[in-house]
Design a protein around this ligand. Structure first.
Ligand SMILES: Cc1cc2nc3c(=O)[nH]c(=O)nc-3n(C[C@H](O)[C@H](O)[C@H](O)COP(=O)(O)O)c2cc1C
Length: 277
């Protein structure tokens, strides 16, 4: 059964709202269904008017913590504040103490898309900062990754927001830059219905390389929630041990296989030349 996906965002000037639409259309193009929600404004009118904020969309409903529990997967749209969640998002999470205690979001998939003013403004650190919230709720973070997005993420022809952490856009210092075609198309590749969630909820795919398959098994076997999560935790602890014997064994195994020389290479050596042993 197709996962029920909630796309939830906060957007002060509309950039993240535009990416949310692209995320939804990507999911729908793949045959899935996603509902779009907002989180509520928290700043006073006086401040918002000084910030020239146009106000929130009246056509997008607001999510509540209980409503969110009904979904299998969440895609969160975050306009960065100092490389972190804006307070409006934080205020939402601060209402989820019940779900934190009862595991209401435990084992559910979560991804992010992010807007910053500029390059280096915190797209990746915003995603990283969100990990603590995801971890405390026991949610399973699913990044955009490179599998469907390599060509765009490796394209340096134009300025572009988004990263393997999630789709994204640059708003510009004054908010005048809107999401580009490339950024919107990157958001559409974040296909959680046919691509990410459906595949990760099933058995790990056979074409994954060994180390990736191991991670995929750990991160994605949560089709039945808490039970899988518990076994995942055990695995993560084993891999993360400081025992030097363990480290040597796990590092030694793949190294025994000779790596065939790559026959093709691009002009800059990627992706064929660069083999990570
Ligand atoms: C208080 C404040 C802090 C911000 N901090 C950052 C920042 O650390 N890095 C950055 O690139 N942009 C920063 N921005 C710009 C916002 O990220 C930008 O306005 C937002 O991504 C636009 O998306 P939206 O139209 O969906 O709200 C900040 C904006 C505000 C108002």
């Amino acid at each position: 059964m197709a996962p029920r996906i909630a796309i939830i965002y906060y957007s002060m000037y509309g950039h993240i709202g535009k990416i949310a639409e692209a995320e939804k259309s990507g999911i729908e193009a793949a045959g899935g269904k996603a509902d779009v929600y907002q989180v509520k404004e928290t700043l006073p009118e006086e401040v918002l008017s000084k910030m020239h904020a146009p106000g929130q969309s009246s056509s997008i409903p607001f999510i509540t913590p209980d409503e969110l529990e009904k979904y299998d997967a969440f895609l969160l749209g975050i306009p960065t504040r100092y490389g972190n969640f804006p307070t409006q998002w934080k205020a939402f999470w601060d209402q989820t103490g019940k779900q934190w205690q009862t595991g209401g979001y435990y084992g559910k998939y979560v991804g992010v898309f992010i807007s910053t003013a500029s390059q280096g403004g915190g797209q990746e650190s915003t995603a990283l900062a969100a990990m603590s919230t995801f971890t405390h709720h026991g949610m399973i973070y699913v990044p955009l990754g490179y599998a469907t997005a390599f060509a765009t993420l490796a394209n340096l022809e134009e300025v572009r927001g988004g990263s393997p952490w999630g789709a994204g856009t640059f708003a510009g210092a004054d908010g005048s830059r809107m999401p580009t075609e490339q950024e919107l198309s990157l958001a559409k590749t974040h296909d959680w219905s046919g691509g990410v969630v459906a595949n990760t909820a099933a058995a790990p795919s056979s074409n994954q390389q060994e180390p990736v398959a191991a991670v995929g098994t750990t991160a994605t076997s949560g089709t039945t929630g808490a039970g899988n999560g518990a076994s995942d935790g055990t695995k993560a602890t084993t891999v993360g041990t400081n025992n030097p014997d363990h480290v040597n064994k796990s590092e030694g195994a793949p190294a025994a296989e000779p790596v065939a020389e790559k026959k093709e290479s691009g002009p800059c050596g990627l992706p064929f030349k660069c083999v990570i042993l």
